[in-house]
Design a protein around this ligand. Structure first.
Ligand SMILES: *Cc1c(COP(=O)(O)O)cnc(C)c1O
Length: 397
């Protein structure tokens, strides 16, 4: 037998972390890495945050799981806090981002069904989008590497170019339920929606009774400097998928919706065995306490601006860098076409102890824990700069 016990769907690298300390990961042989990947925008409090660790330990000892047959005091409390701090009136808790998007898609379809317009099932999504790996969520992407061999996928999706309002407008027909869009595309290359594009989608939805579904699984939860990225656009969605940062490393997601948009989601229409269990809710509350605590968002904004300007200063000094993109601490450095971002990410990791993540459009994603300080910014810049120099030297040799 040659297949590995772990199904070989990931091309894993040689970093084998066994411990985390704040903004660092420690490998099997004791090697240290500055973690500016954060488990792909997940570990926003870094590793081993004492309040998070304590919340998990305390709740695990008290009550871990009960099922959704019973009342959920902690879930009610956490949902209320999300409702109080966002556009939403109601929340469904999931265990992952893809499940949150699935719930969003079901909520949108069910809304039109409840309105007696069951034919309005079509969702318009966008090129380079990433919404997860379930059959439903891969149906919302145009990327062959995610779709090939899994067809037939869920019908009722149309994919058009991102940030192209004209194309989005043209794709709307009598069967359209709404738009599914990342406020800032993550996997696709750290590309924020333009103001004109997102406002345009909001307006189309208002005019034609469609729903605006935002996927803030990656860009939400303080990553961009506001609690959610949509706040920076002066508009609100009808439905929103959240995950990654919301659990800061614990598997947790949520689908948020307005009362109107959720009107089809009545008893029996949806469910999850683990979703919203007491352990997850205790984690969610502990993370939220930090994120909405005094000065947290201010810190993300100020340290994000520091990191960004330091990255921008690298651009003229290194031929391989093209530009810096993103918002807050969701940043990307786009490399010139003749440099392969995956090789550069590997070089930074293996030769300089800096963890970053590749993204589409030849971008290196910089996704540090949101609790980094000046010393981590300086260390990242030093490693990036040295890494760019040695990478270019190796290429020239
Ligand atoms: C990561 C991600 C998902 C999927 O989340 P999983 O927890 O891996 O299912 C969905 N949407 C976006 C924008 C993401 O970045």
């Amino acid at each position: 037998m040659s297949i590995t016990p772990l199904m070989p769907v990931y091309p894993r690298c040689d970093v084998r972390p066994v411990r985390g300390e704040g903004c660092y990961l420690i490998g099997e042989r004791g090697e240290r890495y500055l973690d500016f990947a954060s488990g792909i925008a997940v570990n926003l409090l870094g590793h081993g945050h004492p309040k998070l660790v304590k919340a998990i330990a305390d709740q695990a000892a008290r009550l871990m799981h009960t099922s959704n047959l019973y009342g959920m005091p902690l879930g009610e409390k956490f949902a209320q806090r999300l409702v109080d701090t966002t556009f939403a009136d109601t929340v469904f808790f999931t265990n992952s981002g893809a499940e949150a998007v699935e719930c969003a898609i079901k909520t949108a379809r069910r809304y039109h069904y409840a309105n007696g317009q069951a034919h309005r099932h079509k969702i318009i999504s966008f090129d380079n989008a990433f919404h997860g790996r379930t059959l439903g969520t891969i149906s919302a992407t145009s990327q062959p590497k995610m779709r090939d061999g899994f067809e037939p996928l869920l019908p009722g999706f149309t994919v058009v170019p991102f940030n192209d309002l004209e194309a989005a407008t043209a794709a709307v027909d009598d069967n359209t339920a709404g738009f599914l869009v990342e406020t800032v595309q993550g996997e696709g290359g750290v590309t924020p929606a333009t103001q004109e594009f997102l406002s345009g989608l909001r307006k189309l939805c208002d005019e034609q009774g469609m729903l605006l579904i935002l996927d803030e699984v990656q860009c939400g939860y303080a990553r961009t400097g506001t609690f959610f990225a949509y706040e920076q656009y002066g508009l609100t969605p009808d439905i929103m998928a959240v995950a990654k940062g919301i659990g800061a490393g614990f598997p947790l997601g949520a689908c948020l919706a307005t009362e109107e948009a959720a009107k089809g989601m009545v008893f029996g229409t949806h469910g999850s065995t683990y979703g919203g269990n007491p352990l997850a809710m205790a984690v969610g509350m502990a993370v939220l306490d930090e994120v909405l605590g005094d000065g947290f968002l201010d810190h993300v904004n100020s340290i994000g601006a520091r990191l960004r300007s330091a990255l921008e200063q690298l651009i003229p000094n290194h031929d391989m860098f093209e530009d810096v993109r993103g918002l807050g601490l969701m940043l990307g450095v786009k490399l010139k076409d003749d440099v392969d971002s995956r090789s550069f990410v590997a070089h930074l990791r293996d030769d300089h102890g800096l963890l970053t993540v590749g993204a589409g459009q030849n971008v290196v994603r910089i996704l540090p824990p949101l609790v980094i300080d000046e010393s981590h910014v300086a260390e990242c810049i030093e490693k990036l700069s040295a890494g760019a120099r040695s990478f270019a030297e190796a290429a020239a040799a």
